[in-house]
Design a protein around this ligand. Structure first.
Ligand code: HEC
Length: 405
C-alpha cells in the first residue's frame, strides 16, 4: 500500500480521536467551571456540619444530582480511596493533537510548513522552529505565571503579559510559516500550555494536597491557589485555541494580508465571549445580570473582521469577462500550470489527480470548491495562480464543466 495513502488514514483516525478527546476534556472543563460558579452557600444544617462550602442541585437524564464542594476536604469522613481524577482527557487530547500535527505538518513540512513567499528556509529548519515554538511559549508563559502570579494585582499583570505574548507569537508565526500552519501552530502552542498546566501544576498540586490530607497534615493552600490560576487561564484559552485550530481550514482568513491580526482578533473575540459565559453562572446565583457586554464586543469584533476581509466588488471588466464563454483548453492549461505538479499519476494528494481531461471532468466539483470557492488550492498558492485564472475555473464550472475540446 502506498505510504501517502496510509498517512491519509493515520490523519483521519488521529483527527477523529483528537476531536473525541477534546470534546471530553473541554466538556468536563466547561462543566466544572459552570459547577464552581453556580455553587450557593448550603442552607441545610447537616451540610453545614459536614463542612460543605457550596452546593448545587441539578436535574439531568431522569435523576437529580446534588454536588457538594469542600474547599479543602470533608471534615466528617476520611478522603475516600475511590477519588475521581480528571487528567487523561487532557493528556490524550495533546497526544492525538501532536500525532496529527506530526502526520500532517511535520511529515510534509516542505509542503505544509514552508511557504517560500513568506519565508524561504529548509523543511528541517521549519520543523525545528515549529517544535521550538511549542516549547518556548510554554517556558515563557510558565515563567510569567511563576514570577508575577502571586504579586499584588498578579492576575491582571499576568493576563496582560500573556495576551502580549500570544499577540507576538501570532505575529512571528505568520512571518515564518505558511499561513495555514501559522494559525494551527498558535493554537497548538496555547493548547500545549493548557495540557502542561494540567501535567506540571494542577495534578501534582492536587496530589500533594491529597497526600497531606491522608497523612493528617495541614494543607498548604498554595497548591490550590496555583491550580486555580492555571485552571482559569485554561478556561480563557479554550475558545481562542478552538478558533485557531478551525480557522486554518478557511483560506480567506490565513491568506489575508495581515493574517496575524486576523488570528488575534478571532482569538480575542473568543476570550471575550467566554468571559460572559463564565460570569453568567455566578451572576445567576447572586441574582445579578449577566455581563453580556464582553460577548457583544467579541461579536462586534467578528462582524468588523467580516467587513474588513470582504472581497472588493467585481469591476466592470471582470463582469464582462465573466460573460465570455470558456474553452476547455484554457481550463486545462491553468490546471497543468497550477495544479498538476501536486496532483498527477505519481503524486496524488488526497487521492486527487488532474493530469488528464477525464480526471479534470471527474474532479470538477472538488476543483471548483477548493480553487474557486474556498481558495485553499493551490496549497499556499505555491504555483501562483491569479484571480483571473480562478475566475476562469469558476465560469467553466458554472457553465457545465464540460471537458470537450
Ligand atoms: C504544492 C502542492 C499543491 C498544489 C500546487 C495544488 N495542490 Fe491540491 N492538494 C495538495 C495537498 C497537500 C492536498 C491535501 C490537503 C490536506 O490534506 O488538507 C491537496 C488537496 C486537494 C484536493 C482535495 C481536498 C480535500 O480536502 O478533499 C483538491 C480537490 C485539490 N487539492 C485541488 C487542487 C487544484 C484544483 C489545484 C490547482 C488550482 C491544486 N490542488 C494545487 C497539494 C497541492
Amino acid at each position: 500500500m502506498d505510504l501517502s495513502y496510509l498517512i491519509d488514514w493515520a490523519n483521519l483516525l488521529l483527527r477523529w480521536a483528537h476531536v473525541i478527546t477534546a470534546v471530553a476534556w473541554i466538556g468536563a472543563s466547561f462543566y466544572f467551571v459552570m459547577l464552581d460558579n453556580s455553587l450557593s452557600v448550603p442552607t441545610h444544617e447537616d451540610l453545614k456540619k459536614k463542612g460543605v462550602d457550596g452546593e448545587m442541585w441539578a436535574v439531568h437524564g431522569g435523576g437529580f444530582y446534588h454536588s457538594n464542594k469542600y474547599m479543602v476536604a470533608p471534615k466528617w469522613l476520611p478522603l475516600p480511596e475511590n477519588l475521581h481524577w480528571s487528567y487523561w482527557e487532557s493528556y490524550s487530547t495533546w497526544l492525538t493533537g501532536f500525532g496529527l500535527f506530526t502526520v500532517l505538518y511535520l511529515f510534509n513540512a516542505g509542503t505544509f510548513l514552508v511557504d517560500k513567499s513568506v519565508h524561504d528556509w529548509s523543511p528541517g529548519a521549519a520543523i525545528g522552529a515549529a517544535l521550538g515554538f511549542l516549547a518556548a511559549f510554554w517556558l515563557l508563559y510558565d515563567a510569567i505565571c511563576r514570577t508575577l502570579g502571586r504579586r499584588r494585582n498578579g492576575d491582571l499583570v499576568v493576563g496582560v503579559l500573556v495576551f502580549a505574548l500570544v499577540v507576538f507569537a501570532a505575529w512571528l508565526a505568520c512571518q515564518l510559516f505558511a499561513g495555514r500552519a501559522a494559525f494551527l501552530l498558535v493554537g497548538a502552542m496555547m493548547a500545549t500550555a493548557m495540557s502542561a498546566n494540567v501535567f506540571f501544576w494542577i495534578i501534582p498540586g492536587q496530589r500533594k494536597v491529597v497526600a497531606q490530607l491522608r497523612a493528617g497534615q495541614a494543607v498548604d493552600p498554595v497548591h490550590g491557589q496555583r491550580g486555580k490560576q492555571r485552571s482559569v487561564h485554561n478556561t480563557y484559552f479554550t475558545l481562542p485555541v478552538l478558533i485557531a485550530m478551525l480557522s486554518n481550514h478557511y483560506g480567506w482568513l490565513y491568506q489575508a494580508q495581515h493574517n496575524w491580526l486576523v488570528l488575534v482578533l478571532l482569538m480575542l473575540a473568543g476570550a471575550l465571549i467566554r468571559h460572559s459565559f463564565v460570569s453568567r453562572h455566578k451572576a445567576h446565583v447572586l441574582g445579578k445580570r449577566t455581563p453580556w457586554e464582553h460577548a457583544v464586543v467579541g461579536t462586534l469584533a467578528l462582524g468588523g473582521l467580516a467587513f474588513w476581509l470582504a472581497p472588493p466588488p467585481r469591476s466592470d471588466a471582470q463582469l464582462a469577462a465573466a460573460r465570455q464563454p470558456v474553452a476547455f483548453a484554457q481550463v486545462q492549461s491553468v490546471i497543468e500550470q497550477r495544479c498538476v505538479m501536486c496532483h498527477n499519476a505519481q503524486l496524488q494528494n488526497k487521492n486527487v489527480a488532474l493530469h488528464t481531461p477525464e480526471l479534470i471532468r471527474v474532479n470538477a466539483q472538488a476543483v471548483y470548491q477548493q480553487a474557486v470557492v474556498q481558495k485553499l488550492m493551490p496549497l499556499n498558492n505555491a504555483t501562483q495562480i491569479t484571480d483571473a485564472e480562478r475566475d476562469l475555473l469558476r465560469r467553466w464550472f458554472e457553465s457545465g464543466a464540460s471537458a470537450q475540446q
